[in-house]
Design a protein around this ligand. Structure first.
Ligand code: NAP
Length: 281
């Protein structure tokens, strides 16, 4: 039976240490989150981020904008936050309404305040094997979780299902930089299970519940489930058929309680790291 990769335990340990460090600061780090529109899931995520920041002693600013906002107004707000010395990290909650060009918005964030690492400068640094100011939250959380359990990446066959800019693409480059041999799959991949069966470490970030079954996993593989889906009963579940796959994997992340807490943990650590960068500590 697989051992759990427990994101709740690992993130708690990291965040307890972070809270101790923040306690002794005269000036506190500050995270600004912009949310455009009324998407209920986005509102839940933003409130979770705010709650966690406040628990840790990180100042949190949430800027709510109506869904019909003119793109220029959003860009001006980012400009204002870029210039505000009290703000260390800026996050624009995605998705944005269709009339707003997401790429222009993400490029407007100053790279030194790009707390989720979406700016082409930071992503380009990773793509060229260099260090960004901070790493993207979900990939960073996954790598930290594997490190905690002493699961090495060097020389491993990693298969990632999903190529989004938020998870699959940056994770593939970060794992390549750690000397893994990385294969990225997506919706047009042929014979997916033949590829996933080659994985020493299998990461699924497709957003499809029940996608990864036991017969797609090599015995003893490490399985990381990024998916956050609702099943037919409305229950939160990942992409992996947990009951089946835990009988064959060596390690597996639960959903909830695996990658999710690690993502929010990375966001807090990134805010603190940008604070230090901007204050030259
Ligand atoms: P996304 O932008 O929709 O990307 C999904 C990716 O999966 C795409 O590359 C897509 O391929 C691929 N895909 C979809 N169906 C597939 C299939 N049947 N076989 C193979 N590949 C398939 O999603 P995302 O934003 O990366 O998020 C993915 C999942 O992770 C969602 O459930 C999301 O809620 C969750 N998530 C969780 C966290 C966390 O902290 N736990 C953070 C971020 C996201 P194409 O490129 O060909 O369309």
């Amino acid at each position: 039976m697989a051992k759990l990769l427990d994101g709740k335990i690992v993130s708690k340990e990291i965040l307890d240490n972070l809270a101790d460090e923040i306690l002794f600061l005269d000036k506190k780090p500050c995270l600004a989150v912009i949310i455009v529109g009324e998407d209920p899931a986005s509102k839940i995520y933003v409130n979770l981020k705010k709650k966690k920041a406040l628990e840790l002693g990180i100042n949190s600013i949430v800027i709510e904008m109506p869904s019909n906002i003119a793109p220029a107004q959003l860009l001006n707000k980012i400009d204002e936050l870029n210039k505000d010395e009290k703000v260390n990290g800026i996050l624009v909650q995605l998705p944005l309404p269709k009339h707003i060009n997401k790429d222009l918005v993400l490029e407007k964030i100053c790279p030194t305040k790009d707390v989720d690492c979406f700016h082409p400068y930071n992503i380009g640094k990773i793509a060229t094997g260099n260090k960004p100011y901070v790493y993207p939250c979900t990939p960073k959380g996954i790598i930290r979780l594997l490190e905690y359990y002493d699961i090495k990446l060097e020389g491993k066959n990693v298969v990632i299902v999903g190529r989004s800019n938020i998870v699959g693409r940056p994770l593939s480059q970060m794992m390549l930089n750690e000397n893994a041999t990385v294969t990225v799959c997506h919706s047009r991949t042929k014979k997916l299970s033949e590829i996933t069966k080659q994985a020493d470490i299998l990461v699924s970030a497709a957003g499809k519940s029940g996608l990864i079954k036991k017969d797609m996993v090599k015995e003893g593989a490490v399985v990381v489930d990024v998916g956050m889906n609702r099943n037919e009963n409305g229950k939160l579940c990942g992409d992996v058929d947990f009951e089946e796959v835990e009988t064959i994997a060596s390690y597996i992340t639960p959903v909830p309680g695996g990658v999710g807490p690690m993502t929010i943990c990375s966001l807090m650590v990134n805010t603190y790291d940008l604070f230090n960068l901007q204050n030259r500590i």
